[in-house]
Write a protein of this length. Sequence first.
Length: 482
Amino acid sequence: MRKVLKFIGIVVGVLLLIGVTGYFVWFHNSEKHVLKLQASLVYSPDKSSGFLITNANIIDVEAGIVLKNQHLIIENGVFKQIFEGQISDSLKASYKIVDAKNRYLMPGMIDMHTHLNSGGLIPPEESTRPMALEQFARYGVSTIFTLGGHGFNQEVTAELIQKQQKHQIVAPMILATGSILTAPGGYPIPFVSGMTGLPEDQIDLHEQGIFTITDETDLDAMFSKKKKLGLNGVKVMVESGLGGASEEPRLSNELTKKIVQKASEYNLPVFAHITRKADLQDAVNTGANVIVHTPEDQLLTSADPILEKMIQDSIAYTPTLSVAYIFQYVGSAEILEDPFMQQYSSAKTNRSLENWFVRQMMVRSYNLDPDLHKENILKNFTTMYKAGVTILMGSDAGNPSIIPGYSAHKELIFMSEAGMTNAEVLRSATIAPAKFLKMEDTIGSIKEGKIASFLMLDKNPLDAIKNSQTIYKVMLEGYWIE
């Protein structure tokens, strides 16, 4: 009997040891999100003086050409003068000189679909948001449009906007929809329930940044609140079921149209989240301003009428091609081998992506064929691009394996590989969204009078779009991000 008990004790001890080891190997993440930059140093008064950048090659994103051997004067955060030729001694004496040494200046990117989460396999938390914002800035994304919080509401978003404007955090310009609009029980409520383990009726939807809309909802009160908070748009979920899920409640076409019409009175563009072909058609017919995501359930055959309507009604489209690769990148964690990703990504994010067990659980939790999912998205993107739909670069940053800032550069590559020219890709990430936002007088290209936000690159992205990753320096609103 003693031998049996001893054997049982050994087995239990071994199993306990395996369990503890497994916890620390697979589940325990002791890393923290650590900010690398201090806002007080980046934006210190002594770093806001004027600059004279010499010998620069400017990427003219509108013409798709390089303007060689240019000199730029930056003062009070804007391009005061751009010229070529001789530089007077008085200018040299008046500004701090930065010799670009024939490097390339590319306008700061505008990511039109982001979330302030890590891109790792970890729940959202307060420390994630400033970390994500800093990463956008360091990767040269100078403006972001956040389409709903991940685990926080629009009041939190408004506070972040204020902090960015006051230079209390290192961050790009933040535009935002605030809390999202969906049907009672509609997406993403079931998703949040699955992530939190709470029954749907026990979820604090307000804290999660979700509004459920019915015919009785006071849209005037809702949209006036968004305007008061300084928000810039409305996100509606026109989603019948994400990722092969069964049918879920969805806003009716009549109610979605009512939302679109009321939002236009408040000058708030409506971003319609879709992942299915039928939902795409409904969103376009209700008059949404931007289609968010690419249909993944089937190919866009016989879709000419709906694409023609998008062009006729000036409905833009953010492809989020990173979503096509999400199962590949989560399953393999291959992005961890990319030095460009490791350059600025959080150690906590990276540690979570090393978790093989959780990665496989996530991939298998979706009832779909990952290869078909990817194929449909990429082919449908090409169909929409060739049809002439206005494309605005959007990465869906913050979702698993879609790393803030880094994913914007990946999105450029994905669009190029799917058929866009490099010049078209750059326009989709700069001047095209600036024009959609009616902000082309201040952002989107490098011209006199515009905000001085740009990437200084060692190589020309018009030659190879991956050259956007050859970052030497980043300037954000007249400040070097370093």
